[in-house]
Design a protein around this ligand. Structure first.
Ligand code: MG
Length: 413
């Protein structure tokens, strides 16, 4: 049986007067929400969201159920805002994690909307699982802003996706295979903005008790300024049905578990089949949790797009080489006769020139001054130009009195 152990802490911080973050610990469901909105809006939005999430997930504690619970939570926030003028425009981020059963296998399902975050500490290595839905992070992902600029940008707090904004939300969804020793961190931006990732990783590696780790992270954020509300949730996988050990035993064999994935709308997709038209992100956790670490855990959409573009570029390059290599004509000498070739003198890469036309002009009739050029291949842009060049050679030969020659050309078979 897969077992979890959690710890959590939330704090108003040093500067704010109220805590608009909400925390949900309802094993096997965990969530962090960071509310926004005037008056009591932020506090209400985050609280309504996690409470609606809990109630809906309880009715259907599955992977699909969690995604549907996010929609329910969104509706709950919208309804509450519509019922109270003071709460109009309130919204909240939501990062939730649930342990569910998928086809008889335990899975951690992670959903995210907004700029709260989830991290995974595995084998001592901390990696960010979620992508912020914030204006600046999207610009960073598009390469239009550096992470350094984003960190100090005045609009860095603007979120592009959250609960309470529209009637339908599109959470990012991941499925993660839980391994004993895995440690998940859910947190609001009040932690991220004050404590660096190396500092976070250091605390998570050192402090084994999830409650103590949560408390220490909140304390650090307060010490560093505590400008925002701070919420930290640490979930440890303390038992995994010996899957970690089984995976270690399987090292060397091909990956024995298929990575599962959900699209951003929460529909399950198989990595083996064509993903739906919407963007799909997979969380490949099939790497056995024993050293040496396989660092490429995630097959992201970006990687797939990169590979497709690379293949397209290679195809275009091959085509371009072929086009160039076969595109021109040159006049050379073949078996003692002046000959028009299609292609490039000497060939190009794997593409050899071919005979376009054999002329009746013998090498011996050509003026000696022209021979070196002919032997290395005299390039012309088209067949017509090549023929003109041959006609000129013939005229030159005639004028020099080398002797008349036949004036017809024949096309090669
Ligand atoms: Mg915040």
């Amino acid at each position: 049986m897969t077992a979890l152990r959690s710890g959590s802490a939330t704090d108003t911080g040093v500067v704010r007067t109220n805590n608009e973050d909400a925390l949900l610990v309802a094993e096997p469901l965990f969530a962090v929400a960071d509310g926004m909105g005037g008056h009591a809006g932020g506090e209400v939005a985050s609280m309504v969201a996690v409470e609606a999430l809990r109630a809906a997930f309880e009715q259907n504690p599955t992977a699909d159920g969690l995604v549907e619970a996010v929609q329910q939570a969104n509706r709950a926030v919208l309804e509450r805002a519509a019922a109270d003028a003071e709460l109009r425009g309130m919204a909240t981020t939501l990062t939730a994690l649930a342990l569910v059963d998928v086809d008889g296998e335990p899975r951690l399902v992670l959903v995210n909307l907004g700029d709260s975050r989830a991290y995974l500490l595995q084998q001592g290595e901390l990696s960010q699982l979620t992508e912020d839905h914030s204006l600046v992070e999207e610009l960073v992902r598009e390469g239009q802003m550096s992470p350094e600029e984003a960190a100090v940008h005045p609009q860095r707090h603007i979120v592009t996706r959250a609960l309470g904004i529209g009637s339908v939300v599109e959470p990012d969804v991941w499925q993660i295979l839980p391994y004993r020793g895995d440690r998940l961190l859910l947190c609001s931006d009040g932690l991220i903005n004050e404590v660096t990732e190396p500092e976070i990783a250091s605390v998570l590696r050192r402090e084994t008790d999830p409650q103590a780790a949560s408390g220490e992270l909140v304390s650090l954020a307060r010490q560093h300024g505590g400008a925002d509300n701070i919420t930290v949730l640490v979930v440890d996988v303390v038992d995994d049905d010996d899957r970690a050990r089984a995976a270690s035993a399987a090292v060397g064999s091909e990956r024995n578990r298929s990575p599962a994935a959900l699209d951003r709308g929460g529909n399950e997709v198989s990595v083996d089949t064509h993903p739906p038209a919407r963007t799909a992100e997979t969380e490949d956790r099939a790497a056995p949790p024993s050293p040496p670490r396989v660092r490429h855990r995630r097959l992201t959409l970006r990687v797939v797009v990169f590979v497709v573009i690379l293949i397209a570029l290679l195809g275009a390059a091959v085509w371009a080489v072929g086009y160039y290599a076969r595109g021109g004509y040159y006049v050379g000498i073949d078996h003692g006769q002046v000959t028009i070739f299609k292609g490039r003198p000497g060939g190009l890469l794997w593409i050899e020139p071919t005979v376009a036309e054999r002329t009746t002009l013998a090498e011996t009739k050509v003026l000696p001054a022209e021979l070196p050029g002919l032997r290395s291949g005299h390039t012309e842009g088209s067949l017509k130009e090549a023929r003109t060049y041959v006609a000129n050679l013939r005229t030159e030969a005639d004028q020099a009195g080398v002797g008349p020659d036949q004036t017809t050309t024949t096309t090669a078979p």
